[in-house]
Design a binder for this molecule. Sequence first.
Ligand SMILES: Nc1ncnc2c1ncn2[C@@H]1O[C@H](COP(=O)(O)OP(=O)(O)OP(=O)(O)O)[C@@H](O)[C@H]1O
Length: 346
Amino acid sequence: LPFHLPNQQQIVYGEDDDIDDVLDKPSVAASKFTSWMECNVIDSEARKLIYVEFPTKFVWILNGRFWKRRKVGKTIGRIHSVSPKLGEAYFLRILLNKVKGPTSFKEICMVNGETHSSFRDACYALGLLDDEKEYIDAIKEASHSGSGFYLRFLFATLLMCNSMSKPEVVWENTWEYLADGILYNQRQRFKSADELKNLTLFEIEQILLRNNFTLKNFKKMSYPNVESVSSSNNRLITEELYYDIPVIKNDYDRMFLALTNEQRNIFLNIMSAIQDNKGGVFFVYGYGVTGKKFLWKTISAAIRSDGNIVLNVASSGIASLLLPGGRTAHSRFIIPFELTEDSFVK
Ligand SMILES: Nc1ncnc2c1ncn2[C@@H]1O[C@H](COP(=O)(O)OP(=O)(O)OP(=O)(O)O)[C@@H](O)[C@H]1O
């Protein structure tokens, strides 16, 4: 048994069909599902049945596009299954297993005389959905042993699985647990008193600017470095500076000592181009498993352990996973890729 949200009935049409002809199709005016509701208006027997029971007493007359009382035969109904990800369609399906004889979509949403604004709310009112207590309790319980990072991961996983019917309720009740560690990390972000001073000056300058003043009017006062504030508020930059420097430094020391002569030569060449601000394009090639990625990792660790930024990119998703903090070049630099029949990634 098909069903659909209001005005979302399925229609099949050809590529060149005229839009008016498409809209005039009988399946638009009367889908199996909307005809069921129309039958409920005129037939009192129909109103005793939920949708899935309908085919036991009624048959669908395809030519006329209406339901008629069944005279012979037995049949059972089954409603198409729907993923919870589809939201309202999923909740409508739940209601269809409960509501007898509705004559309109509005009536499906009606519980004890009250019309709800969504199928989800109607499910709630009927007690068909759990309250979110079990999720709230689970997050609170996990907070005894898990860090804030782990809890945020848990909440994100619950969101991705669509397991919570009212994620906003869980969020409001648990955000303080989920926020654990963020304040601490933000404090750590300001590596020096100078950065903190700069940000404070920046905030003061904002107040002054709103009142047509500026710190520049006070000759002896320092002026904030606006560029560094905007970069410290830039999420991408912050993410790249989020590495645990002592850990990275340790990795770097270990890897640097292990470099082969050939790797070390390349490493020193590239590092000197960086340190002397010369820049350059380096093409490192070699047979598989000869240590190219090991070299990238060492270079990345060397640069990151100085608190600088490395953007590791690869052309394929799998290769990018092998690089520390790697992303595909397309994703990182938002390279447009026109998808046609003949397009391919070189
Ligand atoms: N100097 C080194 N000291 C210790 N282990 C190393 C060294 N160089 C490479 N390795 C190790 O050798 C293995 C292969 O290296 P890596 O993955 O860097 O090779 P690759 O050239 O990038 O391979 P592929 O081309 O197949 O992707 C890894 O396990 C790496 O840790």
